[in-house]
Design a protein around this ligand. Structure first.
Ligand code: ATP
Ligand code: MG
Length: 442
């Protein structure tokens, strides 16, 4: 592989592209996550590594392919030190890039046209591997035809047919055939889905992210947040506008109680997130990556004394490794899956607290006084991913589990969980404790 440093998610995808078990890989879920770069790098690497092969680079229209992916391909070739005419030739007539070892990348229009409803031209070619850019724009038939053409020189090079599809969130067959089965963990083992977000790509200019931020809600959710449910929010607990309106809504009142809420990392990739509150105002969010138990404990001890917070106003999620912190700090313990308080009709305490958080955000009582825009973005994105499960037969209300959320976001919802922990105190101190969370059941 040339000297291009892949992003974390591109690296995960790369391993699937180079293995001999994955047949289909879907990469994407928002704008600018490095989809085209990954695709072009893969095709070039395949061509250089295996002589005489034929790779397809397709998109709905050739003109959009030439304006986007082809430019990325030239960029990748250049970054890899390859020169036109010396190492490869581009033929603008046949739309082919041919390398010195006779391997080629052919650019193809994948639009199903009335003049050729069976896509005869496409159905007549043989290929070794394929990329479909913006796959949600092509028809299922075009995708099936591309898949069926994967056979050229596979045996000769001991390869398996492989197709990479890049996409932004959409409502078409990519969502029903790949995204939903991925979230529900029922994709067959030879098909992989790797979500990617603009924030995963450190090479994107800040101005581009700023531009995505100014888009109308639906587009922003789709392209910036990678939200596949951007237009079906009936089951969402939070909405973008109410979260956005919490920003610096109130000043912290010095006579209010302070709280520290700790969501402790459970697995290697997760972070420990601490939110510090004055009343219902979040004044600080701190994220720790991979801290050992003792260091984390000492950090929290320092925070407690710096802010003068009583241990009873410190709460940690005590599932798994969090238990040790609760013991050492003698703070309040939060068990996600414990019963809802006051006999209310929630599946567990965590669902009860998230619903409380949603209510208080909608009522304008929560203030998010955090200056760092990327932390606020992450929190927003995580809250938007929290959906209600179907109300269970016994009429209890629950939110989707952390694993499903992790799948939808591509990351663990640690910040949202830390913020949710604060609601334990609000729920605990409920004065009038209605038996049912009726305000919520719709
Ligand atoms: N590994 C990398 N190393 C250097 N630059 C990269 C890398 N990955 C992506 N980039 C750069 O980041 C920018 C966005 O990448 P790319 O065009 O591949 O994203 P995309 O997901 O295809 O975007 P879009 O949604 O607009 O199609 C490009 O300028 C690209 O050159
Ligand atoms: Mg692209």
């Amino acid at each position: 592989m040339p000297d291009i440093k892949l992003t974390k998610r591109q690296t995960i995808a790369w391993d699937f592209l180079m293995d001999n078990t994955t047949n289909e890989l879907i990469f994407g879920g928002s704008a600018g996550g490095g989809k085209s770069m990954l695709a072009c790098l893969w095709l070039m690497t395949m061509c250089l590594r295996f002589k005489g092969i034929r790779c397809l680079l397709g998109r709905t229209t050739l003109s959009s392919l030439k304006q986007t992916s082809l430019n990325t391909l030239f960029e990748v070739l250049k970054m890899s030190g390859l020169e036109s005419e010396k190492h490869y030739k581009y033929n603008g007539q046949s739309n082919t890039i041919t390398f010195n070892n006779k391997s080629e990348i052919i650019l193809k229009d994948l639009e199903t046209k009335p003049s050729s409803p069976n896509m005869d031209e496409l159905a007549g070619i043989e290929i070794t591997c394929a990329v479909i850019e913006e796959a949600s724009q092509v028809t299922r038939m075009a995708y099936n035809i591309v898949k069926s053409r994967l056979r050229f020189k596979l045996n000769e090079h001991n390869l398996i047919g492989k197709i990479l599809m890049t996409t932004n969130p959409s409502q078409g067959f990519i969502k029903s055939d790949f995204y939903i089965p991925y979230v529900e963990e029922r994709l067959p083992s030879n098909i992989k889905f790797i979500p990617s977000l603009p924030h995963d790509n450190p090479h994107l200019p800040q101005s581009y992210l700023d531009m995505l931020n100014t888009l109308p809600t639906e587009q922003r959710k789709r392209l910036l947040m990678g939200d596949w449910n951007y237009n079906s929010d009936i089951d969402s607990l939070f909405d973008f506008e109410s979260i956005a309106s919490c920003s610096f809504k109130h000043s912290p009142n010095p006579i209010d109680k302070k709280y520290i809420c700790i969501d402790v990392a459970r697995f290697g990739g997760d972070s420990t997130v601490i939110s510090i509150w004055v009343g219902l105002t979040i004044v600080e969010i701190i994220k720790y990556n991979k801290l050992d138990g003792d260091t984390l404990y000492n950090h929290i001890k320092d925070l407690i004394s710096k802010h003068g917070i009583h241990p009873s106003q410190v709460i940690a999620d005590s599932d798994g490794v969090g238990g040790f912190l609760v013991d050492r700090l003698r703070c309040s313990s939060f068990v996600n899956n414990s019963s809802a308080l006051h006999g209310q009709n929630f599946t567990n305490l965590k669902s009860q607290c998230f619903v409380k958080l949603s209510d208080l955000i909608k009522e304008g009582k929560i203030s998010i006084n955090i200056l760092d825009p990327s932390t606020v973005d992450e929190l927003t994105q995580q809250l938007l991913a929290i959906k209600l499960k179907d109300v269970e037969k016994d009429g209890r209300v629950g939110v989707i589990g952390k694993d499903v959320m992790k799948k939808m976001l591509g990351v663990s919802p640690d910040i949202a969980d830390s913020v949710m922990l604060r609601m334990f105190y609000e729920v605990k101190n409920l004065k009038s404790t209605g038996r049912y969370a009726i305000s919520f059941v719709r």
